[in-house]
Design a protein around this ligand. Structure first.
Ligand SMILES: C[S@@+](CC[C@H](N)C(=O)[O-])C[C@H]1O[C@@H](n2cnc3c(N)ncnc32)[C@H](O)[C@@H]1O
Length: 239
């Protein structure tokens, strides 16, 4: 745990179990427990891995990611909002900006070796959420747009065989999003962690086994291949 880094203001629902746990354990938000539960199931955050966390503020996923990839890993967090810095002994690099606009080189700079050798992220996390409008359909499509943004950036940022964990609000375009992801990830599954409020429509889509050659269509070079057939597993929802 990275101590002494909890910002003075915390999110809603003072009586929430996960909120109290986050405060007790020193996490910046209750969202930490969503990533812990997802990763306990899928084990994508490995020791010494390089991780990009998109939509990282206030920073609880950064804390969880660092706990799991240290001592040799690097975590890069990007958000539209400024993130309170972490102690310098944690290899957590912060970028204030829009994932749609910050170039690959700027995101990858912290994981490049001193000689500048090409290195990519092993995992991309996205808990990005749009500013909610109150209209579920609009919010759903905005969240799918953010999820697609992550997938579109994957060819430039994610290593072959790499993984993504992406939040999306469920709705009519959700099955299509899973189908698109299945064209370039070996396995794609949706998961609703217990720490996610039951009234929330958020789901987390986990894609593993990224195939950069199958993702060429994402950069507009080749047409998309037909979707792979899903393989359902116990406890996992395929939408
Ligand atoms: C639910 S919060 C993330 C919480 C975070 N995972 C944590 O554990 O502290 C969603 C964040 O997504 C960010 N966001 C939304 N769109 C973004 C974009 N295009 N680029 C970067 N960040 C974005 C928002 O600013 C917001 O801080």
């Amino acid at each position: 745990m990275i101590r002494g880094t909890v910002p003075p203001t915390m999110p809603r629902d003072l009586h929430d179990h996960y909120f109290r746990e986050a405060k007790r354990e020193g996490y910046r938000s209750r969202a930490a427990y969503k990533l812990k539960e997802i990763d306990d199931r899928k084990k994508v955050l490995r020791r010494n891995a390089n991780v990009l966390d998109a939509g990282a503020a206030p920073g609880s996923w950064l804390q969880v990611a660092w706990e799991r990839v240290r001592p040799g890993g690097v975590v890069v967090g990007i958000d539209l909002q400024a993130i309170t810095p972490f102690p310098p002994d944690a290899a957590i690099h912060l970028i204030e900006g829009d994932l749609a606009e910050v170039p690959d080189d700027a995101l990858l700079a912290p994981v490049r070796s001193p000689g500048g050798a090409e290195t990519r992220f092993d995992v991309i996390l996205s808990d990005m959420a749009p500013a909610t409008s109150g209209d579920q359909t609009i919010d759903h499509h905005q969240s799918v747009r953010l999820a697609r943004l992550v997938i579109e950036r994957a060819p430039g940022l994610l290593t072959g065989g790499g993984a993504v964990i992406i939040k999306v609000f469920e709705g009519e375009a959700y099955p299509e999003l899973l189908g698109e992801m299945r064209t370039c990830f070996k396995q794609v599954k949706g998961f609703k962690p217990k720490a996610s409020r039951s009234i929330s429509r958020e789901m987390y889509v986990i894609g593993t086994g990224f195939d950069p050659s199958a993702a060429a269509h994402l950069t507009g070079d080749t047409p998309p291949p037909p979707p792979r057939r899903p393989k359902p597993g116990p406890g996992w929802s395929n939408g």
